[in-house]
Design a protein around this ligand. Structure first.
Ligand code: IPM
Ligand code: MG
Length: 359
């Protein structure tokens, strides 16, 4: 059966990194028997410019029809003045909500070849392999009411609402427990239960779900402490489960432990493991169009797609091996460059991965 992949390059470096990842998919189709069909559509600022909306109906329809979505990145300073509803970020949030992608998996893995690129001491991060499971369709990101209102004294006040229903907590907790079960059987739930009612309920539900996972060791940590522990002793963590806003922040922090946000892929999954796959870095307007962006996070996102949605774990392994090979060859984009290695651009790095794929 041929599976359909919607390719949404988006804005900024999204265009360059997706082009490199598509070459990897095409090579797998040509030489490794992967049965896929690719169809592209605009999203984000590019879509706003062409169609007047960051998530045009036709793009949403394609994403819904497809078996999996590959997304580059959205956003750029030229769109900052647009009304919130028309900003590129809205497309991303719209796709997450419309496709019901509630479970966001963000692995932070330090490739041994890049230990010296981390801002932390090599001994603190050597062998680092953390999985952050971030809830993606709830919390203060989507909670109503929200807005800016004018008080009786004429002063304006901004407000957002942190919301979590039990079923939302339970389903993401199960994804995290299942993931922990396949790894080192340790799960840390991160919230702010000492202050927030929402977090108190979060903890209660996670403890309840834990009864079905007696083999997984559950711990709880407040988010401020978790932020500190991630830079103090990151290897104490294996799988972390947390809400949308805390996960947004902690996953950027975890990314930096690995040397560069340019290395980290992500998967956003629905209840049936249909997913959207994207690098966790953004559109990086400062380097867009220069051909210097690191395509490895997007290429590794394709590996996650093969593993989680397309049931082709063998090919996922081959991609991950090919990435290790190019790092062994000493190839580095600017973000992971250290003296003594060879600096290459996006296209060269992507082509090297394609060439390193072996049967
Ligand atoms: C992310 C990004 C998005 C988020 C933005 C671009 C809306 O930071 O995927 O982490 O906040 O979720
Ligand atoms: Mg973020």
């Amino acid at each position: 059966m041929t599976q359909k992949i919607a390719v949404l390059p988006g804005d900024g470096i999204g265009l360059e990194v997706t082009a490199a990842a598509v070459k990897v998919l095409e090579r797998l189709r040509a030489d490794f028997g992967l049965k896929i069909e690719l169809e592209s559509a605009p999203v984000g600022g590019t879509a706003y410019t062409a169609h007047g909306h960051p998530l045009p109906e036709s793009t949403l329809k394609l994403a819904k029809q497809a078996d999996a979505v590959l997304l580059g990145a959205v956003g750029g300073p030229q769109y900052d003045e647009l009304p919130r509803e028309l900003r590129p970020e809205k497309a991303l949030l719209g796709l997450r909500a419309e496709l019901k992608l509630f479970a966001n998996l963000r692995p932070a893995i330090l490739y041994p070849q890049l230990a010296s690129a981390s801002s932390l001491k090599p001994e603190l991060v050597a062998g680092l392999d953390i999985l952050i499971v971030r809830e993606l369709t709830g919390d203060i990101y989507f909670g109503e009411p929200r807005g800016v209102r004018t008080l009786a004294n004429g002063e304006r006040q901004g407000f957002n609402t942190m919301l979590y229903a039990e079923h939302e907590i339970e389903r993401v907790a199960r994804v995290a427990f299942d993931a922990a079960r396949k790894r080192s059987k340790k799960l840390c739930s991160v919230e702010k239960a000492n202050v927030l009612e929402t977090s108190g309920l979060w903890r209660e539900v996670v403890v309840r779900v834990a009864k079905d996972y007696a083999d997984v060791e559950l711990s709880h940590m407040y988010v401020d402490n978790a932020a500190m522990q991630l830079v103090r002793a990151p290897k104490q963590f294996d799988v972390i489960v947390t809400g949308n806003i805390f996960g947004d922040i902690l996953s950027d922090e975890a990314a930096m432990l690995t040397g560069s946000i340019g290395m980290l892929p992500s998967a956003s999954l629905d209840a049936a493991n249909k997913g959207m796959y994207e690098p966790i870095h953004g559109s990086a307007p400062d380097i867009a169009g220069k051909g210097v962006a690191n395509p490895l996070a997007t290429i590794l996102s394709v590996a996650m797609m093969l593993r989680y949605t397309l049931n082709a774990a063998v090919l996922a392994d081959k991609i991950e091996k090919a990435v290790a090979t190019v790092l062994d060859q000493g190839l580095r984009t600017g973000d992971i460059y250290t003296p003594g290695t060879k600096k290459v651009g996006t296209v060269e790095m992507g082509n090297a991965v394609v060439a390193a794929l072996v049967k």
